[in-house]
Design a protein around this ligand. Structure first.
Ligand code: S3P
Length: 171
């Protein structure tokens, strides 16, 4: 069994919510990579993107992944773009059981459509942007994970947590 659990998946797939509940259920610490970036920079993700661009954000993301993946007994919630960088996945995989929250596009859209804190989705047609990014990233999520759990609008948090917990304990 690996020391940690890392949750990957598209924006709005529930990584933070599931991660918190999972950490509680397994008595592990919870770490949210985006929150660590915000803490370090003392400004929001949207401000970082606006003021310094996406590449600068990705550098911070790599730095925090590097730091957190060395820790142990933690559940790590990652940002949706973490899989873009192969090094991130390698580092996470060294110490973590990597779980993909495989949420369908309509469920993602419903969850993110009224939220304004995701710079990549602050565009005229967010649905189109989701489909575009999803099509590029889906394969990366799939090949990067040790376990994948399907999520849709009818999924219950408790069931998702139980599925991951059981798979992790038996890993
Ligand atoms: C991003 C996802 C966001 C955040 C940033 C970029 C992405 O995290 O890291 O806005 O590229 O998918 P969530 O997946 O928690 O929304």
């Amino acid at each position: 069994m690996k020391e940690n659990i890392a949750l990957i998946g598209f924006m709005g797939s529930g990584k933070t919510t599931v991660g918190r509940a999972l950490a509680k259920a397994l008595e592990m610490k919870f770490v949210d990579i985006d929150k660590e970036i915000v803490k370090l920079e003392k400004r929001s993700v949207a401000e970082i993107f606006q003021e310094n661009g996406e590449e600068y954000f990705r550098e911070l993301e790599r730095k925090i992944i590097d730091k957190e993946s060395r820790d142990n007994n933690i559940v790590i919630s990652t940002g949706g773009g973490v899989i873009i960088d192969n090094e991130n996945i390698k580092k996470l995989k060294n110490t973590s059981f990597v779980v993909y929250l495989n949420c369908d596009i309509d469920c993602i859209f419903e969850r993110v459509k009224n939220k304004k804190h995701r710079p990549l989705l602050n565009v005229d047609d967010p649905y189109k942007k989701i489909v575009e990014l999803y099509n590029k990233r889906e394969i990366l999520y799939k090949i990067s994970c040790d376990f994948s759990v399907d999520i849709n609008s009818n999924s219950y948090l408790y069931d998702t947590v139980e599925k991951i917990k059981n798979k992790y304990i038996n890993s």
